[in-house]
Design a protein around this ligand. Structure first.
Ligand code: NDP
Length: 333
Protein backbone atom coordinates (compact mmCIF):
# COMPACT_ATOMS: atom_id res chain seq x y z
CA UNK A 1 0.00 0.00 0.00
CA UNK A 2 1.31 3.42 -0.96
CA UNK A 3 0.80 6.25 1.52
CA UNK A 4 0.58 9.99 1.27
CA UNK A 5 1.53 12.07 4.29
CA UNK A 6 -0.75 15.03 4.91
CA UNK A 7 1.52 17.19 7.05
CA UNK A 8 5.31 17.50 7.26
CA UNK A 9 5.15 16.99 11.01
CA UNK A 10 7.43 15.95 13.84
CA UNK A 11 5.37 12.86 14.66
CA UNK A 12 5.53 11.71 11.04
CA UNK A 13 9.30 12.19 11.01
CA UNK A 14 9.98 10.63 14.41
CA UNK A 15 7.59 7.69 14.43
CA UNK A 16 5.12 7.23 11.60
CA UNK A 17 7.23 7.03 8.45
CA UNK A 18 9.24 4.25 10.06
CA UNK A 19 6.09 2.51 11.29
CA UNK A 20 4.54 2.60 7.80
CA UNK A 21 7.71 1.29 6.18
CA UNK A 22 7.92 -1.49 8.74
CA UNK A 23 4.75 -3.02 7.22
CA UNK A 24 5.34 -5.46 4.37
CA UNK A 25 4.79 -3.79 1.01
CA UNK A 26 3.99 -0.35 2.48
CA UNK A 27 5.78 2.86 1.60
CA UNK A 28 5.38 6.61 1.78
CA UNK A 29 5.45 8.16 -1.69
CA UNK A 30 4.34 11.76 -1.22
CA UNK A 31 4.23 14.42 1.50
CA UNK A 32 1.97 17.47 1.59
CA UNK A 33 3.27 20.64 3.20
CA UNK A 34 1.83 24.15 3.10
CA UNK A 35 5.39 25.36 2.57
CA UNK A 36 7.14 24.23 -0.61
CA UNK A 37 10.68 24.44 0.77
CA UNK A 38 9.74 22.55 3.95
CA UNK A 39 8.03 19.86 1.89
CA UNK A 40 11.02 19.45 -0.44
CA UNK A 41 13.43 19.26 2.47
CA UNK A 42 11.20 16.83 4.41
CA UNK A 43 10.88 14.57 1.36
CA UNK A 44 14.64 14.59 0.83
CA UNK A 45 15.44 13.86 4.48
CA UNK A 46 13.01 10.95 4.62
CA UNK A 47 13.61 9.60 1.11
CA UNK A 48 10.05 10.26 0.00
CA UNK A 49 9.73 10.37 -3.80
CA UNK A 50 7.90 13.70 -3.99
CA UNK A 51 6.34 16.57 -2.09
CA UNK A 52 3.46 18.84 -2.97
CA UNK A 53 1.66 21.89 -1.61
CA UNK A 54 -1.61 20.77 -3.22
CA UNK A 55 -3.92 18.43 -1.35
CA UNK A 56 -5.87 17.86 -4.55
CA UNK A 57 -2.70 16.76 -6.35
CA UNK A 58 -1.82 14.29 -3.59
CA UNK A 59 -5.34 12.89 -3.51
CA UNK A 60 -5.51 12.65 -7.31
CA UNK A 61 -2.63 10.17 -7.33
CA UNK A 62 -4.24 6.77 -8.01
CA UNK A 63 -1.21 4.96 -6.57
CA UNK A 64 -1.88 6.39 -3.13
CA UNK A 65 -4.51 4.38 -1.30
CA UNK A 66 -4.02 5.62 2.27
CA UNK A 67 -3.16 8.90 3.94
CA UNK A 68 -1.81 9.72 7.36
CA UNK A 69 -3.02 13.12 8.60
CA UNK A 70 -0.75 14.85 11.13
CA UNK A 71 -1.24 18.53 10.52
CA UNK A 72 -2.33 20.93 13.27
CA UNK A 73 -5.68 19.96 14.71
CA UNK A 74 -7.95 22.46 12.96
CA UNK A 75 -6.91 21.06 9.57
CA UNK A 76 -7.76 17.42 10.27
CA UNK A 77 -11.44 17.70 9.38
CA UNK A 78 -11.26 19.35 5.94
CA UNK A 79 -8.27 17.21 4.95
CA UNK A 80 -9.91 13.99 6.13
CA UNK A 81 -13.17 14.78 4.35
CA UNK A 82 -11.28 15.48 1.11
CA UNK A 83 -9.26 12.26 1.42
CA UNK A 84 -12.39 10.22 2.14
CA UNK A 85 -14.18 11.77 -0.84
CA UNK A 86 -11.19 10.71 -2.97
CA UNK A 87 -11.61 7.12 -1.69
CA UNK A 88 -8.45 7.02 0.43
CA UNK A 89 -8.17 5.12 3.70
CA UNK A 90 -7.41 7.53 6.53
CA UNK A 91 -5.29 7.25 9.64
CA UNK A 92 -5.90 10.54 11.42
CA UNK A 93 -4.10 12.09 14.34
CA UNK A 94 -5.80 12.95 17.58
CA UNK A 95 -7.78 14.96 18.38
CA UNK A 96 -9.76 14.07 15.27
CA UNK A 97 -11.16 17.60 15.13
CA UNK A 98 -11.87 20.63 17.30
CA UNK A 99 -15.49 19.67 17.99
CA UNK A 100 -17.24 16.34 18.51
CA UNK A 101 -19.79 17.02 15.77
CA UNK A 102 -16.96 17.53 13.27
CA UNK A 103 -15.38 14.21 14.24
CA UNK A 104 -18.75 12.49 13.86
CA UNK A 105 -19.05 13.96 10.36
CA UNK A 106 -15.62 12.57 9.44
CA UNK A 107 -16.36 9.08 10.74
CA UNK A 108 -19.77 8.98 9.07
CA UNK A 109 -18.26 10.13 5.77
CA UNK A 110 -15.71 7.31 5.91
CA UNK A 111 -18.39 4.76 6.68
CA UNK A 112 -20.55 6.00 3.79
CA UNK A 113 -17.57 5.92 1.37
CA UNK A 114 -16.49 2.46 2.56
CA UNK A 115 -12.92 3.42 3.50
CA UNK A 116 -11.04 2.47 6.65
CA UNK A 117 -10.75 5.31 9.15
CA UNK A 118 -8.75 5.18 12.36
CA UNK A 119 -7.44 7.40 15.13
CA UNK A 120 -3.76 7.34 16.02
CA UNK A 121 -4.07 6.68 19.75
CA UNK A 122 -0.79 4.93 20.43
CA UNK A 123 -1.03 4.04 24.13
CA UNK A 124 -3.49 1.17 23.72
CA UNK A 125 -0.80 -0.48 21.56
CA UNK A 126 1.83 -0.45 24.30
CA UNK A 127 2.89 -3.79 25.72
CA UNK A 128 2.51 -2.21 29.16
CA UNK A 129 -1.14 -1.27 28.61
CA UNK A 130 -1.97 -4.57 26.93
CA UNK A 131 -0.59 -6.29 30.05
CA UNK A 132 -2.48 -3.97 32.42
CA UNK A 133 -5.71 -4.72 30.57
CA UNK A 134 -4.99 -8.46 30.77
CA UNK A 135 -4.44 -8.18 34.53
CA UNK A 136 -7.71 -6.28 34.99
CA UNK A 137 -9.70 -8.70 32.84
CA UNK A 138 -8.24 -11.78 34.50
CA UNK A 139 -9.62 -10.57 37.85
CA UNK A 140 -6.17 -10.30 39.46
CA UNK A 141 -7.09 -7.05 41.22
CA UNK A 142 -10.77 -7.87 41.81
CA UNK A 143 -13.36 -5.21 41.05
CA UNK A 144 -11.82 -1.96 39.86
CA UNK A 145 -12.53 0.94 42.22
CA UNK A 146 -10.34 3.77 40.97
CA UNK A 147 -7.87 4.83 38.29
CA UNK A 148 -5.22 7.52 38.63
CA UNK A 149 -3.47 8.86 35.53
CA UNK A 150 -0.27 10.88 35.77
CA UNK A 151 0.47 12.47 32.41
CA UNK A 152 2.04 15.82 33.23
CA UNK A 153 5.30 16.11 31.34
CA UNK A 154 7.61 18.85 30.08
CA UNK A 155 6.75 19.80 26.49
CA UNK A 156 9.97 19.53 24.46
CA UNK A 157 11.21 22.89 23.21
CA UNK A 158 10.84 21.91 19.55
CA UNK A 159 7.11 21.41 20.16
CA UNK A 160 6.56 24.72 21.95
CA UNK A 161 4.72 26.31 19.02
CA UNK A 162 1.02 26.06 18.20
CA UNK A 163 0.42 23.70 21.14
CA UNK A 164 1.08 26.51 23.64
CA UNK A 165 -0.04 29.62 21.76
CA UNK A 166 -2.87 28.83 19.37
CA UNK A 167 -6.36 27.91 20.46
CA UNK A 168 -7.36 28.22 16.78
CA UNK A 169 -4.98 25.38 15.84
CA UNK A 170 -6.33 23.23 18.66
CA UNK A 171 -3.55 23.96 21.13
CA UNK A 172 -3.62 23.42 24.89
CA UNK A 173 -2.85 20.40 27.00
CA UNK A 174 -6.47 19.22 27.11
CA UNK A 175 -6.69 18.75 23.34
CA UNK A 176 -3.20 17.33 23.28
CA UNK A 177 -3.05 14.87 26.17
CA UNK A 178 -6.48 14.42 27.80
CA UNK A 179 -7.63 12.71 24.59
CA UNK A 180 -4.93 10.05 25.03
CA UNK A 181 -5.83 9.50 28.67
CA UNK A 182 -9.53 9.25 27.84
CA UNK A 183 -8.73 6.66 25.20
CA UNK A 184 -6.51 4.68 27.55
CA UNK A 185 -9.07 4.64 30.38
CA UNK A 186 -11.83 3.62 27.95
CA UNK A 187 -9.53 0.87 26.61
CA UNK A 188 -8.99 -0.56 30.09
CA UNK A 189 -12.49 -0.25 31.49
CA UNK A 190 -14.43 -0.73 28.24
CA UNK A 191 -16.93 1.92 29.30
CA UNK A 192 -17.29 5.63 28.64
CA UNK A 193 -17.01 8.42 31.23
CA UNK A 194 -20.39 9.90 32.19
CA UNK A 195 -19.42 13.28 33.59
CA UNK A 196 -16.39 15.27 34.68
CA UNK A 197 -15.19 18.10 36.88
CA UNK A 198 -11.92 19.85 36.15
CA UNK A 199 -9.60 22.74 36.87
CA UNK A 200 -7.06 24.17 34.46
CA UNK A 201 -4.42 26.83 34.56
CA UNK A 202 -1.81 28.43 32.42
CA UNK A 203 1.23 28.16 34.59
CA UNK A 204 4.25 29.12 32.50
CA UNK A 205 4.20 27.91 28.89
CA UNK A 206 0.57 28.43 27.86
CA UNK A 207 -0.15 31.68 26.02
CA UNK A 208 -3.92 31.91 25.80
CA UNK A 209 -4.31 28.14 26.25
CA UNK A 210 -4.05 25.97 29.35
CA UNK A 211 -0.79 24.15 30.05
CA UNK A 212 -2.03 22.24 33.10
CA UNK A 213 -5.27 20.45 33.96
CA UNK A 214 -6.56 18.09 36.61
CA UNK A 215 -9.89 16.34 36.31
CA UNK A 216 -12.17 13.73 37.87
CA UNK A 217 -14.41 11.49 35.83
CA UNK A 218 -17.22 9.16 36.88
CA UNK A 219 -17.73 5.91 34.99
CA UNK A 220 -21.00 3.95 34.57
CA UNK A 221 -19.60 1.19 36.81
CA UNK A 222 -18.97 3.69 39.59
CA UNK A 223 -15.19 3.66 39.11
CA UNK A 224 -13.71 7.10 39.75
CA UNK A 225 -10.89 8.38 37.54
CA UNK A 226 -8.42 11.09 38.46
CA UNK A 227 -6.13 12.60 35.82
CA UNK A 228 -3.35 15.17 35.69
CA UNK A 229 -2.04 16.42 32.36
CA UNK A 230 0.54 19.14 31.87
CA UNK A 231 3.30 20.64 29.72
CA UNK A 232 5.36 22.14 32.54
CA UNK A 233 6.67 19.40 34.84
CA UNK A 234 10.25 18.42 34.12
CA UNK A 235 10.75 15.63 36.62
CA UNK A 236 7.37 14.12 37.45
CA UNK A 237 7.50 11.07 35.19
CA UNK A 238 4.26 9.50 34.02
CA UNK A 239 2.13 6.80 35.57
CA UNK A 240 -1.06 4.80 35.46
CA UNK A 241 -2.60 3.17 38.52
CA UNK A 242 -5.59 0.85 38.70
CA UNK A 243 -6.88 0.05 42.19
CA UNK A 244 -9.19 -2.86 42.86
CA UNK A 245 -10.76 -4.79 45.72
CA UNK A 246 -8.04 -7.48 45.63
CA UNK A 247 -5.01 -5.56 44.46
CA UNK A 248 -3.46 -2.57 42.78
CA UNK A 249 -1.59 -2.15 39.51
CA UNK A 250 1.01 0.59 39.77
CA UNK A 251 2.67 1.39 36.45
CA UNK A 252 5.36 4.03 35.99
CA UNK A 253 6.62 5.75 32.81
CA UNK A 254 3.95 4.09 30.69
CA UNK A 255 2.21 7.20 29.32
CA UNK A 256 4.82 7.63 26.64
CA UNK A 257 5.56 7.02 22.97
CA UNK A 258 8.30 4.53 23.74
CA UNK A 259 7.97 0.88 24.85
CA UNK A 260 9.32 1.50 28.33
CA UNK A 261 8.12 1.61 31.92
CA UNK A 262 7.52 -0.69 34.86
CA UNK A 263 4.44 -2.43 36.17
CA UNK A 264 4.09 -3.55 39.79
CA UNK A 265 1.22 -5.65 41.09
CA UNK A 266 0.48 -5.19 44.78
CA UNK A 267 -1.87 -7.45 46.74
CA UNK A 268 -2.09 -9.29 50.05
CA UNK A 269 0.85 -11.50 48.97
CA UNK A 270 3.13 -8.47 48.57
CA UNK A 271 4.58 -6.70 45.59
CA UNK A 272 5.60 -8.26 42.30
CA UNK A 273 7.13 -6.88 39.12
CA UNK A 274 5.14 -7.75 35.99
CA UNK A 275 6.93 -8.30 32.68
CA UNK A 276 5.45 -7.12 29.39
CA UNK A 277 6.29 -6.97 25.68
CA UNK A 278 8.33 -4.05 24.41
CA UNK A 279 7.32 -3.78 20.77
CA UNK A 280 7.07 -0.43 18.91
CA UNK A 281 3.66 1.11 19.69
CA UNK A 282 3.18 2.83 16.33
CA UNK A 283 4.22 -0.21 14.31
CA UNK A 284 1.57 -2.28 16.06
CA UNK A 285 -1.05 0.40 15.37
CA UNK A 286 -0.03 0.53 11.70
CA UNK A 287 -0.12 -3.25 11.42
CA UNK A 288 -3.70 -3.36 12.66
CA UNK A 289 -4.66 -0.52 10.31
CA UNK A 290 -3.18 -2.32 7.29
CA UNK A 291 -4.97 -5.53 8.31
CA UNK A 292 -8.25 -3.62 8.62
CA UNK A 293 -7.82 -2.20 5.11
CA UNK A 294 -7.44 -5.79 3.90
CA UNK A 295 -10.69 -6.67 5.65
CA UNK A 296 -9.12 -8.36 8.66
CA UNK A 297 -10.32 -6.97 11.97
CA UNK A 298 -10.49 -3.39 13.17
CA UNK A 299 -7.85 -0.71 13.61
CA UNK A 300 -6.43 -0.43 17.10
CA UNK A 301 -8.38 2.78 17.76
CA UNK A 302 -11.32 3.34 15.44
CA UNK A 303 -12.99 6.57 14.41
CA UNK A 304 -15.57 6.01 17.13
CA UNK A 305 -12.74 5.78 19.68
CA UNK A 306 -11.46 9.11 18.35
CA UNK A 307 -14.89 10.71 18.70
CA UNK A 308 -15.20 9.48 22.27
CA UNK A 309 -11.75 10.61 23.39
CA UNK A 310 -12.47 14.04 21.91
CA UNK A 311 -15.84 14.12 23.68
CA UNK A 312 -14.18 13.53 27.05
CA UNK A 313 -11.56 16.21 26.36
CA UNK A 314 -14.26 18.65 25.27
CA UNK A 315 -16.19 17.99 28.50
CA UNK A 316 -13.01 18.49 30.55
CA UNK A 317 -12.43 21.82 28.78
CA UNK A 318 -16.00 22.94 29.45
CA UNK A 319 -15.83 21.84 33.07
CA UNK A 320 -12.53 23.64 33.60
CA UNK A 321 -13.79 26.82 31.94
CA UNK A 322 -17.14 26.90 33.73
CA UNK A 323 -16.33 25.40 37.10
CA UNK A 324 -19.36 23.15 36.60
CA UNK A 325 -19.76 19.38 36.51
CA UNK A 326 -20.22 18.56 32.80
CA UNK A 327 -21.88 15.55 31.20
CA UNK A 328 -19.83 14.02 28.35
CA UNK A 329 -21.73 14.34 25.07
CA UNK A 330 -20.67 11.69 22.55
CA UNK A 331 -22.41 13.12 19.49
CA UNK A 332 -24.90 10.29 19.31
CA UNK A 333 -22.37 7.48 18.70
P1 NDP B 1 4.30 19.71 14.29
O1 NDP B 1 4.23 21.07 14.87
O2 NDP B 1 5.63 19.07 14.17
O3 NDP B 1 3.64 19.69 12.84
C1 NDP B 1 2.36 20.22 12.62
C2 NDP B 1 2.41 21.12 11.39
O4 NDP B 1 3.27 22.20 11.66
C3 NDP B 1 2.97 20.42 10.18
O5 NDP B 1 1.93 19.85 9.44
C4 NDP B 1 3.72 21.53 9.43
O6 NDP B 1 2.91 22.13 8.43
C5 NDP B 1 3.96 22.59 10.47
N1 NDP B 1 5.41 22.65 10.74
C6 NDP B 1 6.26 21.63 10.97
N2 NDP B 1 7.51 22.09 11.14
C7 NDP B 1 7.42 23.43 11.02
C8 NDP B 1 8.36 24.47 11.11
N3 NDP B 1 9.65 24.24 11.33
N4 NDP B 1 7.90 25.74 10.96
C9 NDP B 1 6.62 26.00 10.74
N5 NDP B 1 5.68 25.04 10.64
C10 NDP B 1 6.08 23.78 10.78
O7 NDP B 1 3.27 18.84 15.11
P2 NDP B 1 3.34 17.39 15.74
O8 NDP B 1 4.01 16.41 14.88
O9 NDP B 1 3.82 17.50 17.11
O10 NDP B 1 1.76 17.08 15.79
C11 NDP B 1 1.02 16.91 14.61
C12 NDP B 1 -0.29 16.20 14.91
O11 NDP B 1 0.01 14.92 15.45
C13 NDP B 1 -1.18 16.88 15.93
O12 NDP B 1 -2.52 16.64 15.59
C14 NDP B 1 -0.87 16.18 17.24
O13 NDP B 1 -1.94 16.20 18.15
C15 NDP B 1 -0.58 14.77 16.74
N6 NDP B 1 0.38 14.02 17.56
C16 NDP B 1 0.07 12.75 17.93
C17 NDP B 1 0.92 11.98 18.65
C18 NDP B 1 0.57 10.55 18.96
O14 NDP B 1 1.34 9.88 19.62
N7 NDP B 1 -0.54 10.05 18.49
C19 NDP B 1 2.20 12.51 19.11
C20 NDP B 1 2.49 13.84 18.62
C21 NDP B 1 1.59 14.55 17.88
P3 NDP B 1 2.99 21.63 6.91
O15 NDP B 1 2.54 20.22 6.95
O16 NDP B 1 2.03 22.53 6.22
O17 NDP B 1 4.41 21.77 6.49
Amino acid sequence: MKWGLIGASTIAAQHMIGAIRAQDGNDVVCVLSSDDARGVSFAKTHEIARSTTSLDALLADPDISAVYISTTNEKHKPQALAAIAAGKHVLCEKPLALRVEDAVEMVEAARARGVTFATNHHLRNAGSHLKIKELIQSGRIGDVQAIRVFHAVYLPENLQGWRINSAAAGGGVIADIVVHDADTVRFHLQEDPIDVVAMERSESLGQGVEDTVMSLWTMPSGVMVQTHEGFTLRHAGTGFEVHGTKGSIVARDVMTQRPIGEITLRDSEGSQKIEFETHNLYQRSLGLFVDAVKGNGEPSATGIDGIKSLAVAQAVKQAASSGQRVRVMYGGV
